[in-house]
Design a binder for this molecule. Structure first.
Ligand code: ADP
Ligand code: ZN
Length: 599
């Protein structure tokens, strides 16, 4: 193991292993199979990259995303590791060169797309050389239930059949038990050791905010907390992606779009910009994001409610991979609940599927409506028991919502639904309750029903929150014809009869959250530190451009921050900085020292 630690220090420039890395590496280097479940940013890549250097032969890494393999390989070249990609982005001549070098044992790691790996040509090719290991990245792609399902992944068991002696490592950031079982089954990993890390991401701050006008709220959030930062904004529909992007650009924000309806070319262009330039905001549907290994995404925003906690966690997990402070921010309102329920009802899927979808949506809603710590709620959803019941870094912990006894108001609302014939949506019902004489109210004679005006004491906004929570709690349901009208349920009758008390949350004012974060050392820098930071960033951008790689491939923000904090003046001092290994010290050491001495 001392050899592994040496590689970590000299090649990667890190002082110590994180979490279970050391154990995984020892097991794999020793020839054992394993399944590694670690959250995004947990450091999965090192788990196979170091064994690749320790063992004889080439490590074959299966990865589903072409553009991102390229960046991984670029980062490996930067630290002097011999690696290459083999996928459809190469011309046949280029591929021939890679194959020739492969046979000449000139690589430590080879990244391959699954469809390429499965060709008999490739499988025959690799029988001719020693293989160090097989790494199957994003292993949850075997799962037919997940939205990342890749049919080729289910054929990867062929590796074990053809190369029974070569150890395999499967890696995923998906945490749930069903996926875990499916990976083990489909990849034939029943004797593999399973390494499960904590899925907590302490540097991510979770916030769920009452939706009023999502675009305006988003802009205010970006301006208050994320000027010049890279971030991802998720929307449900392609149309909303386009509208939001256009609107942000109009407001002077550097935003690009990504959804499955765009041409391949436009998509990869925008993805490249997001990865390579600094401070770009990617507005996207969930088609975007798998395998994105950009470490400095400072926030992930959801403008629409995700379908499940699994999806939400995976998407928000793309923030703050570098371990620095990051935000997972979501706006959520009545419309979201109604829309998601309707989408399930209207879908043509089988009953079983709808049942699963409903269960997942309900879990998601309960996360949104929770009055206790969101982090502990999330972790317990993934079966993680922790003693921490208040993390101190989510909106609920920072600003606990008030809970109020809303039984009477809920009864009024339910009775209004009943009196108006279970035929109307929340907007109209609120008008009736608040005694607004709208055209529609007059048209239906709803100023004559007994519930007209009985809810004047609550603001429209509060009523919307009440209705939202009633739908989320199952006290109201949407009709199956999809008109958005609200109907009573069995549960509502219990409340109407006065047999149950209903507590709802009162949206807290979020002023305290916009204060400077103590864990955000960038926000805490003084002016000279700030100056040095900008100098280093400028140098990094220039260098990245010169080599045609993303800035983070040169150095991560984490490294730059440490440079600012420690201000090393000699090569020996530089060596101690995280992310500076032998190769980078050789290549950039002089430039860094020059900048550091002059500021
Ligand atoms: P994952 O694939 O699990 O999402 P990565 O392998 O991309 O995560 O690692 C996340 C980040 O953490 C990377 O920037 C990586 O260089 C860094 N990292 C990984 N292991 C260590 C370590 N032992 N010490 C310091 N940084 C690490
Ligand atoms: Zn919390």
């Amino acid at each position: 193991m001392s050899k592994a630690l040496n590689i970590l220090k000299e090649v990667f420039g890190y002082p110590a292993f994180r979490g279970q890395q050391a154990e995984v590496i020892a097991h794999l280097a020793d020839g054992g199979d394993c399944l590694v479940m670690m959250p995004t940013g947990g450091g999965k890549s090192l788990c196979y990259q170091i064994p690749a250097l320790l063992r004889d032969g080439v490590a074959v890494v299966v990865s589903p995303l072409i553009a991102l393999m390229q960046n991984q390989v670029a980062a490996l070249h930067e630290i002097g590791v011999r690696a290459a990609v083999l996928n459809s982005s190469l011309s046949s001549q280029e591929a021939a060169v890679v194959e020739r070098k492969l046979l000449a044992s000139e690589y430590d790691l080879l990244y391959v797309a699954p469809e390429r790996l499965l060709t008999s040509r490739f499988l025959n090719l690799i029988t001719r050389i020693p293989i160090a290991l097989f790494a199957i990245d994003e292993a949850h792609c075997v799962s037919q239930w997940g939205h990342d399902f890749r049919p080729e992944y289910s054929q990867l068991s062929v590796l074990h059949e053809r190369f029974p002696k070569v150890p395999r490592i499967a890696l995923t950031a998906t945490a749930d038990m069903d996926t875990r079982k499916e990976i083990i089954e489909r990849l034939g990993l029943d004797v593999a050791r399973v390494f499960v890390s904590s899925f907590d991401r302490p540097n991510i701050r979770y916030q769920v905010i009452d939706k009023t006008n999502s675009r305006v709220q988003l802009l205010a959030f970006i301006q208050a907390e994320h000027r010049g930062d890279a971030g991802i904004v998720y929307c449900l529909s392609r149309k909303k992606v386009e509208e939001t992007t256009a609107w942000l650009i109009e407001k002077g924000i550097r935003a690009v779009a990504y959804h499955a309806g765009m041409s391949m070319q436009a998509r990869s262009l925008n993805q490249e910009r997001f990865l390579r330039e600094e401070g770009i905001i990617m507005v996207a549907t969930i088609a975007f994001g798998m395998g994105i290994d950009k470490p400095d995404v400072r926030f992930v925003a959801h403008l629409d409610l995700p379908r499940s906690i699994e999806g939400y966690y995976q998407e928000t997990g793309r923030a703050g991979r570098d371990g620095q402070a990051a935000n997972a921010w979501m706006v959520y309102g009545l419309g979201d609940v109604i829309q998601q329920r309707r989408m399930i009802e209207e879908s043509e899927a089988e009953f079983k599927f709808k049942q699963v979808a409903t269960k997942k949506l309900e879990a998601m809603l309960s996360l949104c409506e929770t009055t206790t710590c969101r982090r502990s709620h999330l972790l317990s959803y993934f079966g993680e028991v922790s003693d921490v019941t208040a993390c101190g870094n989510c909106d609920v912990c920072l600003n606990p919502p008030q809970v109020w006894d809303a039984t009477v108001e809920v009864q009024k609302a339910l009775s209004c639904v009943y009196r108006t014939g279970q035929n109307f949506g929340a907007g109209h019902l609120i008008d009736v309750l608040r005694g607004n004489l709208t055209v529609r109210v007059k048209e239906w004679n709803h100023d004559k029903v007994s519930t007209f005006g009985i809810g004047k004491d609550l603001q429209e906004r509060t009523w919307r929150a009440v209705f939202r929570q009633m739908v989320a709690l199952g006290l109201l349901t949407t009709d199956s014809e999809g008109h958005g009208s609200l109907n009573l349920t069995a549960a509502s009758r219990v409340v109407l009869k006065g047999q149950q008390t209903v507590y709802l949350r009162l949206q807290a004012k979020l002023n305290r959250l916009s204060e400077k974060r103590q864990d955000d050392d960038l926000a805490m820098m003084d002016s000279t530190e700030r100056y040095l930071w900008e100098q280093l960033r400028t140098w990094r951008a220039k260098t990245a451009k010169e080599y045609g790689v993303p800035a983070y491939v040169i150095f991560h923000d984490t490294t730059l921050r440490e440079l600012v904090r420690l201000c090393p003046q000699t090569e020996d001092e530089l060596r101690l900085v995280t992310g500076i290994g032998m190769r980078k010290l050789d290549k950039y050491g002089n430039h860094l020292i020059e900048i550091l001495r002059n500021s």
